[in-house]
Design a protein around this ligand. Structure first.
Ligand code: ADP
Length: 467
């Protein structure tokens, strides 16, 4: 017995379909053969009767007392028994010479009396032999009308039919066996890889993401195997990114904390002049701001992850927003003598959350400053793309991003170089904020040449807004 499961289902379905189809075909075939055999015997007898009937006038002497013998002689047919009956069905004479004192009651006789050719197939009373009876009414002269009844044994035909049936059953069984072997092969070709895939997935579910599905599977199963392998690769990769994030975030947290702790301990020990105290407190305040920024970035990210970021939507003047962004970043750029340029149309508006959009542009310009060499320039521009879209672009001539990294820099926690500081969340957060504004964030970059980040946002005409 096959174990419950897909293998059994496949084999059973195949066998069932083939069995039903064979049963139907063989039944129809055997019925057709039987009908053909029976009909040909019947038509042989009827042809014989109609030929003999044309000779009745010449073949039978009406005045002869041996009229019945002549009738038998004229209508007699090879391999059949001919009975002459009265219209009531009583046997008068028969070609075998044996005349049982019997009345025939089978349906062929009344049919013949009704003017048709009667046909009956069944078991003959007495001998219990399977026979076909064909009866026809024949009028010899104005007074004498008889029923001629031909009887022929169907045993030979039935034996042939039985042999044919046995042969068909044999062929059917052979076909079913072949199908059984094939369906087993097919079921195994599906079930074995699936079992293997299930075993490997179970390993993965237990946290063993280094296991892979081996084997060259084809079609859907091959796709399933490669998707699972891909999933495991991605899990390994994102685990790696998370580990990197934890180590970089700990580093990011430790640096300002060390500085805060150092300065606070120094100041507590006392004995410093106001200038030194001011410097120390200033550092503590700056480092605290850095910590707050870091924690806020992580909080923002978790809010975005849980779809909990609420936008306070309004009309946003992009030029004003970009000017504020540049002012915020000015001091940082100044340290590297980086020129910040703004190219923006006078009136260009979008609908959105001004603070969140500023956060996006600040992050982009901050990255541009971070990854640009000293004495370079960064261009921040805004332009209309169509009647419904605008683009804000941040272009730098910094270190650039390689093609392989470009597709991943917007992944959360991803950093080309973890030593650069940061969390690797900035672009992931920016992209999600832009998408919440029904916009797009696109990146172009060439290693060693520079990077261009474009934010596409919906354009709002001021007149339309006011009306
Ligand atoms: P973070 O700046 O905190 O590292 P981001 O998500 O903002 O995180 O950026 C992810 C990574 O993308 C950066 O670590 C850096 O490697 C790369 N990157 C982003 N912007 C630029 C840029 N303008 N030039 C070169 N590399 C960049």
């Amino acid at each position: 017995m096959i174990k419950k499961g897909m293998r059994r289902q496949i084999v059973l379905h195949y066998i069932l379909v083939v069995f039903v189809a064979l049963l139907l075909v063989e039944t129809i075939f055997l019925l057709a053969i039987r009908t053909y055999y029976y009909n040909s015997i019947y038509s042989k007898i009827t042809t014989h009767i109609s030929v003999a009937e044309t000779y009745v006038k010449y073949g039978i002497d009406e005045r002869s007392p041996n009229q019945l013998e002549q009738l038998l002689e004229l209508f007699n047919m090879e391999f059949t028994e001919l009975e002459v009956l009265t219209l009531k069905g009583d046997i008068i004479t028969s070609s075998t010479g044996f005349q049982p004192d019997r009345t025939i009651t089978t349906s062929d006789v009344p049919e013949a009396v009704g003017g048709n050719i009667g046909r009956w197939v069944g078991r003959q009373a007495g001998t219990n032999e399977n026979v076909m009876a064909v009866s026809k009414m024949v009028q010899i002269n104005a007074h004498d009308t008889y029923v001629l009844r031909y009887l022929t044994s169907m045993e030979g035909v039935n034996k042939n039919l039985l042999n044919l049936t046995l042969l068909s059953i044999g062929i059917g069984m052979a076909v079913v066996s072949i199908v059984l072997v094939f369906s087993f092969g097919l079921a195994n070709s599906i079930v074995r890889p699936l079992n293997n895939i299930t075993a490997v997935s179970a390993q993965m579910a237990k946290g063993k993401f280094t296991t892979r599905i081996k084997g060259d599977y084809r079609y859907e199963i091959g796709e399933l195997a490669s998707t699972l392998n891909y999933m495991a690769d991605e899990i390994v990769r994102s685990n790696q990114i998370k580990d990197d994030f934890i180590s970089s975030i700990s580093h990011e947290l430790r640096t300002p904390l060390t500085s805060i702790k150092g300065w606070s301990e120094t100041l507590v020990s006392g004995g410093y002049d106001p200038e030194e105290t001011k410097l120390g407190v200033g550092i503590i305040s700056r480092e605290s701001d850095r910590l707050i920024g870091l924690v806020e970035e992580i909080l923002d990210f978790s809010k975005l992850q849980q779809n909990e970021m609420k936008l306070s939507m309004g009309q946003v003047d992009i030029k004003v927003l970009l000017q504020e962004t540049l002012l915020n970043i000015w001091a940082k750029a100044e340290k590297k003598r980086i020129h910040l340029l703004l190219e923006c149309e006078e009136t260009i508006f979008t609908r959105g959350d001004a603070n969140r959009l500023k956060q996006v542009f600040l992050n982009l310009v901050d990255n541009a400053v971070k990854f640009s060499p000293e004495d370079s320039s960064i261009v921040l521009s805004a332009e209309r793309l169509s009647s419904t879209e605008m683009a804000v672009t941040v272009r730098d001539s910094g270190i650039g991003i390689s093609e392989a990294h470009l597709s991943r820099v917007r992944d959360r926690f991803f950093q080309v170089d973890a030593l650069n500081g940061g969390t690797g969340l900035g672009l992931a957060i920016s992209q999600q904020i832009v998408e919440l504004h029904h916009g797009k964030l696109e990146m172009d970059s060439e290693l060693g040449k520079g990077t261009q980040v474009t934010v596409i946002l919906p354009l709002v005409e001021v007149e339309q807004e006011k009306s």
